[in-house]
Design a protein around this ligand. Structure first.
Ligand SMILES: [Zn+2]
Length: 320
């Protein structure tokens, strides 16, 4: 490895990184769609310059995904490097001391939108790749690059690509360069990262409003039920009480298909709580006490869950 690389190439690297940071590739704003493409193309040009024999822009419904492969290195493992070339909108603009897309060095730090998330990290890894290549232009192991342009806007492009072509992640290790150092000069390795799964849950225990004084003590309470459901998603020790989804595409087209942190067990927990013997017992108890209002049709024999989002129906299905 060329150890003098950084000090020798510093000015050139600052200039190159400045070029990339100056592209306002804000993926969430349609006005910047062209800029996202310019940033993707910038990476394509750089990967070609670094001697990758396979460099492609994978087109889909959203901003393109950049894919590249190093020259093959026989008998060595394969590393997949992930990053994103899009950035968040720079608002509020009046809080920037210098314009967000005019990279500026102040007190030894480089300021620009994307400098820390994630163009800076992407660029670092490209330069690391450049530095470790041998005289023949080959790195010491096989490297794949995948850079997306919708990380900041929750787009589906990379999921669409990987669902169709899962072989792209058939590697020995994946490196996600989308995190930060703990402090200047102190590198950090992050573990146990995870994604997000959204669900909108409506718990309904009654068909209509009931008088709180007359019914409050016995009618099943939706807020209490929901609180109980949520409290059971994790153990007291912090352990998640959820199984991973089976690796298949749900009919709702959920982008979290193969690694949805919710799933069968979540639903079972929800069902167990909502339809727990206790909530049914409540009804029975009331029935036994002969309270007239419990025969009111407004009180359901069983509380029900309604699912307005497109995720939950699949979860419902997967449990049966
Ligand atoms: Zn990021």
């Amino acid at each position: 490895m060329d150890t003098a690389f950084v000090s020798r190439e510093r000015d050139r690297m600052l200039r190159e990184l400045g070029e990339l940071l100056a592209i306002p590739s804000v993926s969430a704003l349609p006005d910047h769609a062209r800029d996202c493409r310019v940033a993707a193309q910038w990476l394509v040009t750089e990967l070609e310059r670094l001697g990758c024999p396979v460099v492609t822009l994978i087109e889909g419904n959203g901003h393109p995904v950049v894919w590249a492969e190093s020259p093959p290195v026989e008998g060595k493992p394969t590393l997949l490097i992930y990053g994103h070339y899009d950035v968040q909108p720079p608002d509020p603009l009046d809080e920037w001391e210098t314009p967000p897309f005019a990279p500026t060095v102040r007190d030894g730090k480089l300021f620009a939108r994307g400098a820390a998330d994630d163009k800076g990290q992407v660029y670092c890894l490209l330069k690391a790749y450049e530095a470790v290549r041998g005289a023949d232009g080959r790195p010491p192991l096989n490297v794949r690059f995948i850079f997306e342009g919708e990380e900041e806007s929750g787009g589906h492009a990379i999921f669409d690509v990987l669902r169709k072509e899962p072989w792209r992640t058939d590697v020995d290790a994946a490196l996600v360069c989308d995190m930060s150092y703990y402090a200047p000069g102190i590198p950090a390795v992050y573990t146990a990262l995870r994604g997000m799964c959204y669900a909108e849950i409506v718990v309904r225990t009654l068909d209509r409003d009931l008088h709180s004084g007359a019914y409050g003590g016995v009618a099943p309470n939706a807020i209490e039920t929901l609180a109980r459901m949520l409290s059971q998603l994790k153990e007291e020790t912090g352990e998640i009480q959820m199984a991973f989804c089976p690796p298949r595409t749900p009919p709702c087209g959920c982008q979290y298909a193969t690694r949805c942190p919710s799933g069968v067990k979540t639903l079972q927990i929800m069902r167990a709580v909502v339809f727990s013997p206790r909530s049914q017992g409540m009804t029975e108890k009331v029935d036994r006490s002969g309270m007239r209002y419990m025969s009111d049709s407004a009180i359901r024999a069983k509380p029900s869950m309604e699912e307005p989002s497109n995720h939950l129906p699949w979860l419902m299905q997967s449990s049966s």
